[in-house]
Write a protein that binds this ligand. Structure first.
Ligand code: F6R
Length: 241
């Protein structure tokens, strides 16, 4: 794992966005896996700005999101469909056909998860996967205890994940209890992984990741076994200034 410690959040966003821009620039077609959440928002804003100032041909870009809440419609402001449309798809003018997110509001989520896994296999591999880190070590919504070989499926969110994400909902109870997530095995098939970690609340998880050997109790530790992982963090997250 390569670790990049940037001065602050803004430099992290610019640096990672620049890497993503370069990744797209160098390829006529590429498949990019996107995470949602607080961490990558500024990076996505920077990427959009770079593309505005130095337009890129995005026709060969295809996107795959990591996860989606179950029971939220794509139009719900807390759905990951809505997030992606707001931060990435609309500003970059990506067409519907170029983007893929599991649907959280179907009447058969198990089928939807299997279908999404199949889609990734059929179109894959993902060339560049962006990840965030949960305070309990989750990546995607693969909570502690997840099998390293897991594939895309329906999962129950850990209480600490629902608590961490409750800031976006009217109350804790309104946070969905389940989601569809790419599995750890699915994520590990990506060619290159960018893990973004920033915020004082992430310091313990970052240190645990850096110092632990692979264990199911801390899902992100699986990344030690991947040949091409870059962790991007900030000085204050890394050194707890
Ligand atoms: C989001 C996702 C999650 C988040 C993680 C960190 O698509 O898969 O694993 O990346 O929960 O979330 P933030 O960035 O909000 O702290």
């Amino acid at each position: 794992m390569h670790i990049h410690v940037l001065k602050n959040t803004s430099e992290l966003a610019q640096y990672v966005a620049q890497q993503m821009y370069q990744h797209i620039l160098e390829r006529s077609t590429t498949r990019i896996g996107f995470a949602t959440g607080e961490t990558p928002k500024e990076t996505y804003n920077c990427l959009v700005n770079y593309v505005k100032h130095a337009p890129l041909n995005l026709n060969g870009v295809e996107t795959f999101n990591l996860d989606e809440y179950i029971d939220l419609s794509p139009a719900h402001p807390n759905s990951y469909h809505y997030y992606m449309d707001q931060y990435v798809f609309s500003p970059l003018k990506l067409s519907y056909d170029q983007t893929h997110i599991p649907r959280g509001n179907t009447n058969n989520s198990t089928y939807e998860a299997e279908h999404y896994e199949h889609l990734i296999k059929e179109h894959g591999p993902i060339h560049l996967q962006v990840l965030g880190l949960g305070i309990n070590g989750h990546i995607g919504f693969n909570e502690p205890g997840t099998e390293f070989s897991s594939r895309t499926r329906v999962v129950e969110l850990a209480p600490s994940t629902r608590q961490a994400n409750s800031k976006h909902f009217a109350s804790n109870e309104k946070v969905p209890t389940h989601a569809i997530t790419m599995g750890l095995g699915t994520i590990m098939e990506s060619e290159k992984i960018f893990l973004l970690v920033q915020g004082a609340d992430k310091t313990p998880a970052l240190h645990e990741l850096l110092h632990s050997s692979p264990t199911q109790n801390f899902p992100a530790s699986i990344l030690h076994s991947h040949p091409n992982v870059h962790i991007f963090t900030t000085e204050s997250t890394m050194y707890k200034l």
